[in-house]
Design a protein around this ligand. Sequence first.
Ligand SMILES: C[S@@+](CC[C@H](N)C(=O)[O-])C[C@H]1O[C@@H](n2cnc3c(N)ncnc32)[C@H](O)[C@@H]1O
Length: 267
Amino acid sequence: MLRLRPRIAARLTATPPVDDALFRQIEAWQGARPWGRMLDAGTGEHSLRWILGLSTTAWTAVTGDPGRHEDLQRAWGPRMRPADRLVTGNWTDPELLAGERYDTVLADYLLGALDGFSPYFQDRIFHRLRPHVAGRLYVVGLAPIDDEGGGEAGDIVRAIARLRDACILLAGHRCYREYPLDWVHRHLVAAGFRVIHRRRVPIVYGPRWIDGQLDVCLRKLPCFPDPDLAEATRRRVEELRRTARDACDRLGGLRFGHDWLVAAEPG
Ligand SMILES: C[S@@+](CC[C@H](N)C(=O)[O-])C[C@H]1O[C@@H](n2cnc3c(N)ncnc32)[C@H](O)[C@@H]1O
């Protein structure tokens, strides 16, 4: 399932070095500790681009999506060292990276995406990653969108997210499922980690996010079972795009919700 999320929408135009508040926080938490062998447990254009700029000794990047693997291979293959690896696999497979340990492990927006690749595995993912973490695990994610609050910006972000998810469901595909920081903290501890740092980072959604999410809706329309419903939804998408862009201009971005990030070590 293709779906642009807020930070990812902004990321697609980034050029190295990656300037991302969440990755900058991870770099600050990492301090002078060497990155060593690094695992990107849910890879994508942005996290891999960031890792390419770090002083790792080698990296392994895992995706559940062969199409993404091909895109990343095409984009970054020429910059890969002999020990760097792109791997397509599923964390539900006990053989995936069996016996391998990494100094640094990144799970960047992996948790929210699990529902598309391994539904109901969310409570197992940190147990699954635990034997691969020799040093530090960094987990990054998006908090679920609150059902109320946030004024006009909140109403618009909710309306876009609901329309996007409705379109994904009507197309017969699976939505992402996001989790809050406290859930993540609890499950890290249950999986045998100590939480060293945790932080929430407020989000300001911009025009790229608005267009990215609403374009997901448009891409789903051909899969709708009813052409009249698809046409009515197309009109709703464009109406919401106009309302959202106007509010975004007036308010200087849509301030609502937060990303979270956690640094953890085997306990
Ligand atoms: C939202 S994307 C990650 C974003 C990425 N870090 C970036 O730079 O934008 C989620 C990634 O996790 C992978 N993924 C999700 N569930 C998985 C699973 N069960 N096993 C392996 N990879 C999985 C997806 O295939 C994808 O590569």
